[in-house]
Write a protein that binds this ligand. Structure first.
Ligand code: ATP
Ligand code: MG
Ligand code: FE
Length: 339
């Protein structure tokens, strides 16, 4: 089985070819950091235009890298949401056109399902059910992954996402954009005990997250401390929150095969190390995808497409692009927070 995957929900344009037995035959990616950097964040209109220019050549390059043509593909998988709607539409419409032209089925992939199943692409031994900490630019959730298309959300953030907190902290500290890797680099030079920062919701009974208060505290302390000390103290606070909330979720998740982390923030070394120790504490396997598979890419979309295709889940060509799209449709919105 061979799947072409397309990703364009935020500021990465990407195309990849992945087989049903986990071979990544090609993955091409074009980031747009330079285009958005002057604004300190992703500008939706700029992103959508950049996807239009980048996607077709990336698809051609990926097919050529893999030494295949569209005819060799079994299905076309494209991100159909959630994300910046202009960008999502570019990728989804391109996917529909390619599928229609080649007479292949379309798989409309939830970007979060791409992140959620990505650890199964890098680790063939990862079986359902697993507890997933999904930490990305727009999301911070604990999910019980029971199977393909079977997700139970145990917790979400009541305000900011984890990646958003990293990006805003980087902006406050003048460390540049995108913020996550910059904060992690600065934190290595700083003292994590230098600045006392709050740990919102620590030890609260429900395993939900909150980062807005932490971000505000960083802003208040910004003039009185070195950026490296603030970065280190901020990162230590995030690690404490993620760990405490994940521990709480493990207590109520029931039996799981592994503790898994995915999404862009899962690229953070301190977070990975802390979760690994937590898993060991619980005699659980710890699984984290390689760094390139944590941040946005099309291999995870192709792989989620492969898993859905194998389960018989394909979509009609009029499937809509969705700016919001919860993985767990039954999860209640928490105090109006995004899903
Ligand atoms: P979503 O997946 O929720 O729609 P997104 O696709 O924009 O959002 P991802 O690409 O999955 O998000 O992740 C990007 C986020 O990951 C950014 O907020 C970025 O700062 C953060 N990030 C990337 N690398 C690191 C790192 N090393 N440490 C902390 N955060 C990181
Ligand atoms: Mg990005
Ligand atoms: Fe993402």
């Amino acid at each position: 089985m061979l799947i072409l995957g397309l990703e364009s929900s935020c500021d990465e344009t990407a195309a990849a070819l992945v087989t049903g037995d986990r071979q990544v035959l090609a993955h091409r990616l074009l980031g747009q950091e330079a285009a958005h950097a002057p604004y300190g964040g992703v500008v939706p209109e700029i992103a959508a235009r950049a996807h239009v220019e980048a996607l077709e050549p990336l698809v051609a390059a990926a097919l050529s890298d893999a030494g295949v043509t569209l005819n060799d593909v079994d299905a076309v998988a494209a991100t159909a949401g959630p994300g910046l709607i202009g960008g999502v539409m570019v990728g989804l419409v391109t996917g529909k056109a390619l599928a229609h032209a080649a007479g292949k089925p379309l798989v409309a992939v939830n970007h979060l399902e791409g992140h959620a199943l990505s650890p199964r692409l890098s680790d063939p031994d990862l079986d359902f059910p697993y507890l997933l900490l999904l930490v990305s630019g727009g999301h911070c959730q604990l999910l019980l992954v029971e199977g393909v298309a079977r997700y139970r959300r145990l917790a979400t953030t009541i305000d900011d996402a984890a990646g958003e907190a990293f990006d805003k902290t980087a902006k406050i500290l003048g460390l540049g954009f995108p913020g996550g890797p910059a904060v992690e680099r600065a934190a290595r030079e700083g003292d994590p005990r230098a600045v006392p920062l709050p740990r919102p919701l620590l030890r609260s009974p429900e395993p939900h997250f909150s980062f807005a208060g932490l971000k505000a505290a960083v802003a208040r302390a910004a003039n009185d401390h070195a950026a490296v000390d603030l970065a280190a103290s901020f990162q230590a606070a995030v690690v404490d929150c993620l760990l405490d909330r994940t521990r709480r979720a493990l207590d109520r998740a029931g039996p799981v095969t592994a503790l898994v982390v995915a999404g862009g923030v899962a690229a953070n070394g301190a977070i990975r190390a802390a979760l690994q120790a937590l898993a060991a504490e619980h005699d659980l396997r710890f699984v984290a995808p390689p760094l390139w598979l944590c941040t946005d890419n099309a291999a995870m979309i192709a792989w989620a497409g492969a898993e859905r295709f194998a389960a018989g889940l394909t979509d009609p060509l009029d499937v809509p692009a969705r700016p919001r799209w919860p993985l767990d449709p039954h999860a209640e919105a928490v105090r109006g927070a995004g899903v």
